[in-house]
Design a protein around this ligand. Structure first.
Ligand code: PBG
Length: 314
């Protein structure tokens, strides 16, 4: 009977669905394994192009870059300099890699601010300053595009960020650079290991004032609608597995190109269980990704991208 399975299977996973995250770290000289993400490494800027070639050789069509700068300050200055970590990394990939790989840049300030928040902060009230942040995000988007980024991906959940970034890109000669918006981003415990990788834990408070309550799903629809109105080209739901219902609703409701982010904690819990011999890693990796696809995601950002591609290529 097994020969009938492929014929009647409704959902397939393809290498073309995968987007591979890369942490580019200006503070290191050799790849360093991330403590809470077994098998995943921070990469120094001058080794990133080779890593991208390996990813590309597996047939993975896109990467997303996160930066770890040598210096962090209150306003995230090193997010937007032409010689800062992401801009350098993008230029070296575009200059060195022969391939057509799509370079997406994560666009947020939390990796660049000393307090670890995604926006400017009023230290008297400990409030996030939404509108002053928009200007910096616009500037950062333009610096990424100038370096050669193919898509920018704002992840900070500031109100009006997509519109501000669209305008900044259009006004500076990048009307064709698409925006992948982290539109429905939950205030999630599953981001824990990412903060080890990006060295971006926050010094006070949490991100609940700008990330969404896990109990809400109508709010996700409103967030997505706003981002579409403001000009987002691709909509993202994040995390993925605990929010399959959101992926389903967003895809059904808006029929937009829809991305899902299987985040660091989703990766780490599978890895940890597998290391203990409690789960079959390959089986669970595949099952987790196909479930995200089945829910409606067109593309998946995942730390399993390389492993999954290898398995699909076999
Ligand atoms: C930055 C950003 C985060 C992630 C992606 N972009 C961290 C956060 O919002 O706390 C998390 C990704 C992951 O956990 O893999 N705003």
């Amino acid at each position: 009977m097994d020969k009938f399975r492929p014929l009647v299977r409704q959902t397939d996973l393809d290498v073309n669905d995968l987007i591979c995250p890369i942490f580019v770290d200006e503070t290191i000289k050799e790849p360093v394994e991330i403590r809470s993400m077994p098998g995943y490494y921070n990469i120094p800027p001058d080794m990133v192009a080779d890593e991208v070639d390996c990813i590309s050789d597996l047939g993975i069509p896109a990467i997303i870059l996160f930066g770890v700068p040598h210096d962090k300050d209150e306003t995230g200055t090193h997010a937007y300099g032409d010689d800062d970590v992401i801009q350098k990394a993008v230029r070296s990939i575009k200059g060195q890699s022969k391939k057509e790989i799509i370079v997406i840049t994560d666009l947020c300030l939390c990796e660049y601010t000393s307090h670890g928040h995604c926006g400017m902060v009023d230290f008297d009230t400990q409030e996030i300053l939404n509108d002053p942040t928009l200007e910096i995000l616009g500037k950062t988007a333009v610096s990424h595009a100038r370096a050669g980024a193919d898509i920018v991906a704002p992840s900070g959940m500031m109100d009006g960020m997509v519109r501000a970034i669209r305008k900044a890109l259009d006004d500076n000669g990048f009307p064709n650079t698409p925006i992948m918006s982290y539109a429905a981003k939950y205030s999630s415990g599953f981001y824990g290991p990412f903060r080890d990788a990006a060295k971006s834990g926050f010094s006070f408070g949490d991100r609940a004032s700008y990330q969404m309550d896990p109990g809400n799903s109508d709010e996700a629809m409103r967030e997505v609608e706003l981002d579409i109105d403001e000009g987002a080209d691709i909509i993202m739901v994040k995390p993925a597995m605990p929010y399959l219902d959101i992926i389903y609703r967003v895809k059904k409701g808006y029929k937009m190109p829809t991305a899902a982010y299987q985040v660091s904690g989703e990766y780490s819990m599978i890895k940890a269980a597998a290391q203990n011999g409690w789960l079959d890693e390959k089986k669970v990796m595949y099952e987790s990704l196909i479930s995200i696809k089945r829910a409606g995601a067109d593309m998946i950002l995942t730390y399993f991208a390389k492993d999954m591609a290898k398995m699909l290529n076999e």
